[in-house]
Design a protein around this ligand. Sequence first.
Ligand code: PBG
Length: 327
Amino acid sequence: MGFPTHRPRRLREDPRTRMMARETVLAARQLILPLFVSEELSSPNPIKAMPGNFQWPIGMVERPIREAMEVGIPAFLLFGLPVKKDSQGSPSWDSDGVVPRALRHIRKVCPTAYLITDVCLCAYTDHGHCGLLDGEGHILNDETLPILAKMALAHVQAGADMVAPSDMMDGRIGFIRRFLDENGFSRTPIMAYSAKFASSFYGPFREAAHSAPQAGDRRGYQMDPANAREALQELRLDFDEGADVLMVKPGIAYLDIIAAARKEFPCPISAYQVSGEFSMIKAAAEKGWIDEKAAVLESLISLHRAGADWIITYFAREAAVWLKEIA
Ligand code: PBG
């Protein structure tokens, strides 16, 4: 029953039917903008590998928040850059640390912004790993959990609406969930970086967040890009431990994982279009090799089509404007 009975082009040629036949629509309300907040800066510091992104002083971080909210972005993912780091990552759970201070400030000046915080030790440890290390450089998984829980609690007490653990320690979602519940925060949701792969696409972020490991790499705790079944296991563990939202990260190279997650779980699925995905599009566009707006919209709609309800992207503000133009 093929051609000439079926001519799929018939609905494509007229822009009106093309529009009516569109299956997937993305809105600004589904985008989350990541932001970097620094404890020591007094003016915004451009992140070289991520053109248009800055490390913000605490007292100025409302600037990108206001700009994004004006075009309909509801939510923000905050990363902190502390002045001091140590082997235990102790500045991470200081109630007067960079993220709690930023949260209190933003709460005052932008009370309706939805604030999500990244919970991970890599920007707070002097060795740059996401968990504690023993004398031989092995990750101390279980010993890291109470520290992550204290970090999450410090964020929530300072006003975070949601916490997003990105450390990839086993058991952290359940541990953080119980700790928040015990401390009176059973209403605060957790977005778990569940299927987080050990990816080369995080390169530019390490400059942005000063979080590169001083020795070794993250393959002992982040996932092997070759593994899809294991990704489903990671997603399952976090869901069963009480995660409210499950994340797949990075985005475009992992559409199969997003689609599988969407099929398997009833909760919202988020995808993180990471720093390297952002910078590749930017760099090619700056060279005139691709059309930035078209490439951004195509990558975002693909993530949404694959099954991501929410997308974390450094393009959030621009994309919100462009999405309105095509709506
Ligand atoms: C912290 C963390 C990373 C990213 C988000 N949280 C870096 C890493 O795991 O190495 C990457 C975000 C990006 O590349 O945009 N663990």
